[in-house]
Design a protein around this ligand. Structure first.
Ligand SMILES: O=C(O)c1cc(=O)[nH]c(=O)n1[C@@H]1O[C@H](COP(=O)(O)O)[C@@H](O)[C@H]1O
Length: 254
């Protein structure tokens, strides 16, 4: 039971160069009812056909294209994305409130068009990337040019995303508690930067283990290389799910 609950909060990042490579992981993970995240690498190579393929297998899909452009362009792109029927997509909060509102407006237009065509689609969840989990304090202050702490910068963007009417944000698990306190417990947090004990960080700066992230109260964890680069992706995913399930059991017994 807890494993199924854990799987519904796990988003596997399908960061692969083509559909065939992603297919191999899907075969490995067959039967695990997790979310699948399609990012720029796979989407630019495999396109909407791969989204449809995931949907045919019943997967929920997070299309992670991190849009950041003028509001009119984002509105049109959001309409195109939402018309694929994905469950979630994202934009950069750095694009500002008007741009985030435009993403919602574009998604709504896709919903209206689908209704006129006779179907009743669910509106996708639209979330905003705050500060990338690869960004550390030095990069934020010296390169991006935002002063103050990473946590304050993340919370500032989370506030803007909420103001724009978005459903949630992408942040590291380290910021989840403050985001939930500031915005609302129901404001969704999607947290990459997940590294099981002893796993390589790679380019991630703000990291936590799967269990710790769940204990922070995050809604979804995003995991790529700790699963996709593991000798046995299935075993790696099952170990992560077991860790998540244990943390969920602890939370529900509190
Ligand atoms: O929007 C995202 O999904 C995202 C935001 C962020 O701040 N950090 C981040 O790592 N991601 C994505 O989450 C995944 C993390 O992958 P791993 O570092 O391999 O676990 C990648 O697909 C990233 O593109």
């Amino acid at each position: 039971m807890q494993i199924t609950a854990a799987a519904s909060r796990l988003m596997v990042a399908l960061d692969y160069p083509n559909a065939a490579a992603a297919e191999r992981l899907l075969t490995e993970l067959k039967g695990i009812p997790c979310y699948m995240k399609v990012g720029m690498q796979l989407f630019y190579a495999a396109g909407p056909a791969f989204i449809e393929r995931l949907q045919r297998d019943g997967y929920r899909v997070f299309l992670d294209l991190k849009m950041h452009d003028i509001p009119n362009t984002v509105k049109g792109a959001a309409q195109s994305i939402a018309s694929m029927g994905v469950d979630m997509f994202n934009v950069h909060a750095a694009g500002g409130v008007k741009m985030m509102e435009a993403a919602l407006a574009g998604a709504a237009l896709a919903g209206t068009a689908a209704k006129e065509a006779g179907s009743t689609p669910e509106q996708p969840l639209v979330i905003a990337v705050t500060q990338l989990t690869s960004t550390d304090q030095r990069v934020l202050n010296e390169e991006i040019g935002i002063q103050g702490t990473v946590e304050d910068a993340v919370v500032h963007y989370a506030r803007l995303a909420r103001l724009a009417g978005l459903h949630g944000v992408v942040a590291s698990p380290l910021e989840v508690k403050r985001i939930k306190e500031t915005c609302d417990a129901s404001f969704i947090t999607v947290t990459p930067g997940i590294r099981p004990q002893g796993a390589e960080r790679g380019d991630q700066s703000r990291v936590m283990t799967p269990g710790e992230a769940i204990r922070q109260g995050t809604d979804y964890i995003v995991v790529g290389r700790p699963i996709t680069a593991a000798p046995s992706p299935r075993q790696a995913a099952e170990a992560i799910l077991a860790e998540m399930a244990e943390a969920l059991a602890e939370l529900s017994s509190r």
